[in-house]
Design a binder for this molecule. Structure first.
Ligand code: C2E
Ligand code: MG
Ligand code: MG
Length: 697
């Protein structure tokens, strides 16, 4: 291979070419080689050819390879390596060698054909890289990615298997898309024909996204969002790229948000928003179909007291149970929901006649005639209902609701635990109520309240035992308002605590004046609203006021109604015990009208029982009332309680009570409630009058 002709020939080879001697030194390098490395043979001089190579490791390997070639002269094969160009660039090379021999076939050197593969290498690397990236993306995607060809799956990622619950990709790929869908989609369409339809849209539009239901391996049907994109692959075949996104969580979340917006979280019933929306719809339907519709506005009685005294947690329990009970009284087509607080609404659609609502109202009342159990104790919690009917009581949802609310208030005013249909007259009552509420603000500060006293008479001796303090309200705009009318409102507005303290303080002071003026004792009875003793703190405040008044404790008696007793907890019971220890009397007012549970009489330290005036009224003519009064008196005696007959208006009633051995009486027969000064006059004249009577006998 010597000679200029040969060298010239070697320059024509499209590769870099070098000739190396047995020691590894350059003998010849063509111009291509010089171009590739930046060095001429001259410049390379005596260096061993591997010293041009890139890393010590590759130099080492090449040196070893060269030794191997020399000693074993193997069949040549391409070797990839890299050289450093003079300017620092790295050149990737693929090299093939050939043996140079003399005429005796003796090895004289090795020739290398060096191909610069830097470019191809770069393309290969970037191809491999993008393939890797694509695989990573494909395999690690959260969504199921699939390729469908001719109606069959040809590729899917791990997420597909996870989502559908398959472990083997091979097995999965044998399935067809229809194997993974239930027979019908939620809209009732057959899955197979609907899938074809979706595919047609995708082909027409270039891509199509829609919701679908699939079946997991365990049979569970679940919602997915499908995106179909028809494409042509590198081989020119039509394929469908498919993405399935599992919507299970999203749907759950959506349902929850919807529920939260429309349902009351405490009771699970439709909330105000949904109720009003339904009412609106039902009214429109009723108008279109010429049907009747009725709504029941339900408010729990005394809920506020339970909630305030036992705590919200127990209040919540009551509301939940109340919701349960209400659910049982409506038919499937009707709606029961919570308007807020302790207010519920029942919508009854498609009624034959408006009065059919009465039946449901009675069922509701019945539901609340069972006691509620809380903290292992039983509480009575009745309900008051107002009914409004379409079309008679209102043309739209708003009017109906307002009128049902008025009717409910009417039921409250009539003594609770009842229902009333709306009447036009109630509109006036509501006006009145609003007026009262307006005027009650600041009434105490404006000194509009006075305390009147109604004498209580010892029936046997016909002497004045004492009096009951009864509040009076005189307002410039409203005139005189009776306590029956304003006390429930004052309770509702939270004013009763301050008003109550005013009554207590005035009554104690006046009674002390009578003692001083008349030189003898009187027992003063003061009405106490449940709100005033709902917490031990409030209760103790009353006891404190009594303790600090100059009047001896045993001359003071608090009158309560049974409403209080249903809710008294341990703290309140202790207050009652304290009251007894202090020698303060406790009277049960209006006996015979409420639940009249004898267990209350045993549990609380009552000293007095007041027979409600409704019994006293009829006692002369009504045998049932006579029996009840006689039984009550006998029972009270057995329990060591004093008895007061309320509302004695006639001599006959007085005589009956006297004979029945009822100790005390109170009523118009003796005196109406009067001012403190009038009371003093009354005592003076009553005593003379009666001593005159006694004298006359
Ligand atoms: P109550 O405690 O049962 O009081 C008796 C009511 O019967 C009084 O009505 C009294 O005027 C009336 N009355 C007395 N004798 C007769 C009679 O012979 N015939 C008739 N028809 N009625 C008679 P008043 O003063 O209107 O009080 C009504 C209710 O208001 C009271 O019923 C009591 O529950 C409440 N109340 C009155 N004052 C107060 C107060 O200061 N605080 C609280 N919390 N409630 C009060
Ligand atoms: Mg009373
Ligand atoms: Mg009474």
């Amino acid at each position: 291979m010597q000679g200029l002709a040969q060298e010239a020939l070697l320059e024509l080879i499209p590769f870099a070419f070098i000739q190396i001697d047995l020691e590894g030194k350059y003998v010849f390098a063509n111009a291509k080689y010089t171009e590739m490395t930046g060095y001429t043979v001259k410049e390379l001089g005596d260096t061993k050819f591997w010293s041009r190579l890139n890393t010590p490791d590759s130099r080492h390997k090449t040196m070893a390879l060269y030794q191997h070639i020399l000693t074993h002269q193997p069949e040549p094969y391409p070797v990839e390596s890299s050289v450093r160009h003079r300017d620092g660039r790295l050149i990737h090379t693929r090299t093939l060698w050939g043996y140079l021999r003399d005429k005796h076939q003796q090895l004289t050197g090795i020739m290398f054909f060096v191909e610069d593969i830097t470019q191809t290498k770069a393309i290969d690397t970037s191809l491999a890289l993008s393939l890797q990236q694509y695989r990573d993306l494909f395999e690690n995607a959260q969504d199921a990615l699939l390729i469908i060809q001719n109606g069959k799956f040809v590729e899917c990622n791990q997420a597909t298997l996870d989502m559908l619950g398959y472990t083997s990709r091979e097995n999965f790929l044998t399935l067809t898309p229809s194997d993974l869908s239930p027979a019908y989609q939620p809209d009732g369409q057959n899955s197979i024909s609907k899938a074809d339809e979706m595919m047609d849209i995708a082909l027409a539009q270039g891509s199509h996204r829609f919701e679908w239901e699939h079946v997991r391996a365990n049979g569970e049907v679940f919602p997915v969002e499908v995106t179909l994109t028809p494409l042509t692959n590198a081989a020119g075949e039509k394929v469908i790229h498919t993405v399935w996104r599992d919507l299970t969580e999203l749907k759950k979340h959506q349902a929850l948000v919807l529920k939260q917006a429309h349902y009351d979280s405490l009771t699970g019933l439709p909330n105000r928003l949904l109720l009003l929306d339904r009412l609106h719809q039902r009214v429109n339907e009723a108008r279109r179909n010429h049907q009747y519709l009725a709504i029941l506005f339900i408010d729990l009685d005394n809920f506020k007291i339970i909630n305030d005294s036992l705590g919200h947690q127990y209040g919540d329990q009551i509301l939940q149970e109340a919701a349960e009970r209400l659910r049982t009284v409506v038919r499937g087509a009707d709606t029961v929901g919570r308007l807020g607080g302790d207010e519920f609404l029942v919508i009854l659609s498609d009624l034959k006649k408006p009065s059919d609502a009465e039946y449901v109202a009675m069922k509701v009342l019945e539901q609340f005639n069972r006691s509620f159990e809380l903290k292992g104790r039983h509480f009575m919690m009745t309900s008051s209902i107002g009914i409004a009917c379409f079309p008679g009581d209102g043309e739209d949802a708003g009017a109906l609701l307002q009128h049902a609310d008025m009717a409910m208030y009417h039921s409250k005013g009539e003594g609770k635990n009842r229902f009333h249909f709306f009447t036009k007259r109630m509109n006036n009552n509501v006006q009145r109520r609003l007026q009262l509420e307006g005027q009650l603000h600041g009434a105490l500060a404006r000194n509009e309240f006075t305390v009147y006293f109604q004498p209580i008479i010892h029936l046997d001796s016909m002497t004045v035992e004492g009096a009951e303090a009864l509040i009076r309200w005189n307002n410039v705009a409203l005139g005189t308002v009776t306590p029956d009318e304003f006390i429930p409102i004052a309770e509702h507005m939270g004013f009763i605590e301050d008003i109550g303290i005013y009554v207590l303080e005035s009554a104690l002071a006046e009674t002390n004046l009578w003692r001083q003026a008349l030189g003898r004792d009187f027992v003063i009875s003061i009405n106490v609203s449940p709100q005033q003793i709902k917490t031990a703190k409030l209760f103790n405040k009353l006891l404190d006021i009594i303790a600090h008044s100059p009047l001896p404790n045993h001359l003071v008696q608090l009158e309560i109604t049974e409403g209080v007793l249903m809710i008294a907890d341990e703290d309140i019971l202790q207050c009652f015990a304290k009251l007894k220890d202090m020698g303060i009397g406790l009277g049960l007012d209006d006996f015979g009208t409420g639940y009249s549970s004898l267990s209350y009489l045993r549990k609380y330290p009552f000293s007095t029982l007041k027979i409600d005036q409704s019994f006293v009224n009829d006692v002369v003519d009504d045998e049932a009332d006579q029996e009840l009064v006689n039984a009550t008196i006998a029972m009270a005696k057995a329990m060591g309680l004093k008895l007061v007959a309320e509302g004695i208006e006639t001599q006959a009633q007085c005589n009956f009570m006297k004979e029945a051995k009822c100790h005390l009486g109170q009523g118009y027969l003796f005196s109406k409630p009067i001012t403190s000064e009038q009371f003093i006059m009354f005592v003076l004249s009553f005593n003379t009058q009666n001593s005159a009577l006694v004298d006359a006998h």
